[in-house]
Design a protein around this ligand. Structure first.
Ligand SMILES: Cc1cc2nc3c(=O)[nH]c(=O)nc-3n(C[C@H](O)[C@H](O)[C@H](O)COP(=O)(O)O)c2cc1C
Length: 159
C-alpha cells in the first residue's frame, strides 16, 4: 500500500511525529506550506479564530500526485479543539483525490484526545478514517507511533 504522510506544524511537534512515522512506515512525507503566517501573538490569535470558524487559509500547491497513493495520513496540531486551519485547507483542496484517510493529531492537553476531530474531518471528506492517533506533545512518541505504524501496515495485509 502506498502511503503519503502530509503534515502541518507551527512549532515542530507534529513535524517530529510525522517524520518519525515516515521512518517507521518508509512512507513519503510532505509538509503543508501555509501562505499565511501564524507566528507571534497575533499569529496565535489568528490561528485560534481560523480554527474556530473553520476558515481555510491559502496553502502552497502540493507537488505530489495524491491520486497515486492508497492512503493519506494527515498530521496536524489541535487548535482550539479543532484541526489546524492549514490542514483543513488541505482536506478541502485535495479531498477528492484521497482514497483512504488516517489522522495523527498532536495536542497540548494531556487528557483530551479530541477524537471528535477525526469524525468532523471524515464528514468533510465523506469517507471514514481507517486509522487515527492522538499524541500528547510531551509524551514519548516512539512507542505509540510504532504501534500506529503496525496498525497501518496491517491494513494493507487485510486488503
Ligand atoms: C492556536 C493554538 C490553539 C491550540 N489549541 C489547543 C487545544 O484546543 N487543545 C490542545 O490540546 N492543544 C491546543 N494547542 C496546543 C497544540 O496543539 C500543541 O502545542 C501542539 O503540540 C503544537 O504542534 P506543532 O508544534 O506541530 O505546531 C493549541 C496551540 C495553538 C498554537
Amino acid at each position: 500500500m502506498r502511503t503519503l504522510i502530509v503534515y502541518y506544524s507551527r512549532t515542530g511537534n507534529t513535524k517530529r511525529a510525522a517524520e518519525r512515522l515516515s521512518t517507521f512506515l518508509k512512507a513519503d512525507i510532505i509538509q503543508i506550506g501555509s501562505l499565511e503566517k501564524f507566528n507571534g501573538i497575533f499569529g496565535f490569535i489568528k490561528a485560534i479564530l481560523q480554527a474556530r470558524i473553520g476558515k481555510a487559509p491559502e496553502i502552497a500547491e502540493i507537488n505530489k500526485d495524491i491520486n497515486g497513493y492508497d492512503l493519506v495520513l494527515l498530521c496536524s496540531p489541535v487548535w482550539a479543539g479543532k484541526i489546524s486551519s492549514p490542514a483543513r485547507t488541505f482536506i478541502i483542496k485535495y479531498g477528492d483525490n484521497i482514497r483512504k484517510i488516517g489522522y495523527l493529531l498532536v495536542r497540548g492537553d494531556r487528557k483530551n484526545e479530541y477524537k471528535a476531530i477525526w469524525n468532523a474531518m471524515d464528514d468533510l471528506l465523506h469517507i471514514k478514517h481507517v486509522a487515527a492517533i492522538s499524541l500528547y506533545e510531551h509524551s514519548d512518541f516512539t512507542p505509540m507511533l510504532e504501534d500506529f505504524a503496525n496498525t497501518v501496515e496491517r491494513l494493507s495485509k487485510d486488503e
